[in-house]
Every structure is written in structure tokens, then in C-alpha cells.
Design a protein around this ligand. Structure first.
Ligand code: 13P
Length: 361
């Protein structure tokens, strides 16, 4: 028996998780920290100040109800969460009006635990912050832990530490009526093989679910945000979409309980086009026997939903309509891929690599 949540708290969490995992819907990760959005802005020569950050996010959230055909939730950074549209409406309220749930990044970034590895900080006031976010319209949260593949890593220390950190965060969120997205990202940096990524991701996810169960986290009120299982970004040759999908599904089958309602992959530096195609292949293969894959298999993409959008916007609100059209196009493609029915060919910018070494969020 789960001891720390009442039945009505569990019901609320399940309902949020079910809304987030509606068929053909995924999540837009627009929660870049001030430093990270600054890197995106510098590529389009846009000054990284609060007003420009607000104008960019306002554009992302301005597409009306049409986006809710493909996107069930948007993750925001703290600053964005408290910002308002030109009409004075808070961004969570704007999204709610369009049938989209608001998520909030609650971690405060990574810190070293040894020379090669990190864990993630942000427990100070987490309980209080979650209560405030819930009151102001957040229904789900994200916390990202990072594991790296080298000959020596991930260490047992990193796997256990990060799993316990994710479980503790998840529990605090649930106490406050917030569905935690549990994100143990195994970075794609490196020359490693697909098999090594599968082995490491399996160990990491097994440890994460051990820790979540140790801490009585209510799995029906969580989502998992993992990496797709692939060869390293610098491996030569690269593993195929089809082999990536097979390895990803085998890994999930072996580690993720069927009580978990949804798995929303991160894009991790893969291009818009590759991220869409791998997700599509995962769902095509899963559709051959859904009894083995009880969870929704969808997306929570940051770079792979925004790259061509931010290029189109180009720091100029005169381009808002074009940029919104591009966002809807990308979200539609990802939504199709989340059902295994994506068939489109992509434009050139969708093929640009979005890889950033040792990516921080
Ligand atoms: P990417 O899709 O750009 O990897 O980002 C997703 C995310 O939210 C990482 O925490």
C-alpha cells in the first residue's frame, strides 16, 4: 500500500498523467535556463534579455488551440512561469485556455560528484516551491539527472546517487499534486556502440525504478523521460533507426513497470528529422505487439521541436506567424511519429545536427 498519498491525491496525479499521455500528444520542453536560451539566441544574433525571452516564449504559446492536437504539456523555466503575455495573462493561464498543461523545471542544474560525473541539485525549498507552482497553475514538473558513457562511467556511485535523487524529487512533487517527469538522461556523447548504450541505459533504468519503489513513489502518477538507445554521437558508423528502436524497446521492456502511463523521450542532440524518425520507428515496432509495450511512447523534445522555429523567428516578432506555423509543423510530425504513422520528408534545417557536447539545460 502506498502510504504517503491519499486516494484522492493518487486520483488527481493519475488524471494529470493520463491527460499528458493522450494519444498523439507529447510535451514541448521550453524550459531552457537563461544561459541555455542565450546560446540559442546568439545563433540568431538576438540579445538575451528578459523582454526577448518573454517575446520568444509568447510566440511559442500563441498558436491557439491547434497546438493542443499535438502537445499536451509545456515545460517552463521559473522566469517564464511567472511572466505574462502582452495582454497581461500569465503564461500558464494562456496555455490552460488552449487545453495545454503547464510543467515546471524544478531542478537547479548539475554539480560534480567526481572528476567525470554529476548529480543534480535543487532540494533547497523544493517542497515550498512545488506548493507555490501548483497554486499558480503547474500540474507537472521535470528534474534532469545526467549519466555519461566512457570506459569508466557511469560509476555505481553515479547510478545510485542519481536514482535516489530522482526518487526523492518525485516524492516531493507528488505530495504537492504535481506529476514528476523522471529524467535520467544517458548522454549520447562518445564513440560507444549501440550495445553499450543499451547495457548502460538498462542498468540506469533498473536502478531508477528500484529507487522509486524504495521511496513508495506512486508510479501511475509519473512519466519517464529517457534517452533513446543509440550508438554514441561520434561512433562510426552510426546505428540505424531500426536497430535503435529495437534496442530502445528491449531496454524499456526489461526495466519499466507497466504501471507507468507514459514514456516521453528527450531528443538529446539528434536533429529534428532523426528524432522524429527514431520515435516513429519505435512506435511502428511497438504497434506490432502493443501487449508488450503498455505505455504511451511519445516525446518531450526541446531542441528537436524548436530549432527550425527559432531560426524562423530570428529575433523578430514580425516573423511570429511563420514561426508558429513551423512549430505546428514540427509538433504535427512528432505527433504522427508518436503513433508510428509519420511519413513526411523534412526540409533541410530539420536535418541539422543539434548536438552539444556535455549538454546542460
Ligand atoms: P532536448 O530534447 O533538447 O534533449 O531537451 C529535452 C530536455 O528537456 C532535456 O532536459
Amino acid at each position: 500500500m502506498n502510504s504517503f498519498l491519499t486516494e484522492s491525491q493518487q486520483k488527481e496525479l493519475s488524471e494529470i498523467a493520463n491527460k499528458l499521455t493522450k494519444v498523439g500528444r507529447g510535451i514541448l520542453a521550453a524550459d531552457e535556463s537563461t544561459g541555455t536560451i542565450g546560446k540559442r539566441f546568439s545563433a540568431i544574433n538576438c540579445t538575451n534579455n528578459e523582454q526577448n525571452r518573454r517575446l520568444y516564449r509568447q510566440m511559442l504559446f500563441s498558436s491557439g488551440k491547434v497546438l493542443s492536437n499535438y502537445i499536451s504539456g509545456v515545460i517552463m523555466y521559473d522566469e517564464t512561469f511567472w511572466q505574462k503575455s502582452d495582454e497581461g495573462v500569465s503564461f500558464p493561464e494562456v496555455l490552460r485556455g488552449n487545453g495545454i498543461l503547464t510543467g515546471i523545471k524544478v531542478d537547479l542544474g548539475v554539480v560534480s560528484i567526481n572528476e567525470l560525473e554529476t548529480t543534480t541539485q535543487g532540494f533547497d525549498n523544493l517542497d515550498k516551491r512545488c506548493a507555490e507552482y501548483k497554486k499558480a497553475g503547474a500540474d507537472f514538473a521535470k528534474w534532469r539527472c545526467v549519466l555519461t558513457i566512457t570506459d569508466q562511467t557511469p560509476s555505481e556511485l553515479a547510478i545510485v546517487t542519481n536514482s535516489n535523487v530522482l526518487a526523492w524529487y518525485a516524492k516531493i512533487c507528488q505530495r504537492n499534486g504535481i506529476v514528476p517527469i523522471v529524467e535520467p538522461e544517458v548522454l549520447c556523447d562518445g564513440t560507444h556502440s549501440l550495445e553499450r548504450c543499451e547495457y548502460v541505459t538498462t542498468k540506469v533504468l533498473a536502478a531508477v525504478y528500484k529507487a522509486l519503489n524504495d521511496q513508495d513513489v506512486f508510479l501511475e502518477g509519473t512519466l519517464l523521460k529517457p534517452n533513446m538507445v543509440t550508438s554514441g554521437m561520434q561512433a562510426n558508423p552510426q546505428s540505424s533507426f531500426s536497430d535503435n528502436a529495437t534496442a530502445t524497446l528491449r531496454t524499456l521492456r526489461r526495466t519499466v513497470p507497466s504501471a507507468v502511463p507514459g514514456i516521453v523521450f528527450l531528443s538529446g542532440g539528434f536533429s529534428e528529422s532523426d528524432s522524429t524518425n527514431i520515435l516513429n520507428e519505435i512506435n511502428k515496432q511497438a504497434n506490432t505487439d502493443r501487449r508488450m509495450y503498455p505505455w504511451s511512447l511519445s516525446f518531450s523534445y526541446g531542441r528537436a521541436l524548436q530549432h527550425s522555429v527559432i531560426r524562423t523567428w530570428n529575433g523578430d516578432c514580425a516573423n511570429n506567424n511563420l514561426a508558429v506555423a513551423q512549430l505546428i509543423k514540427r509538433a504535427n510530425a512528432c505527433s504522427d511519429a508518436a503513433q508510428g504513422v509519420h511519413s513526411g520528408t523534412d526540409d533541410a534545417s530539420a536535418n541539422e545536427s543539434l548536438f552539444v557536447a556535455k549538454h546542460v539545460y
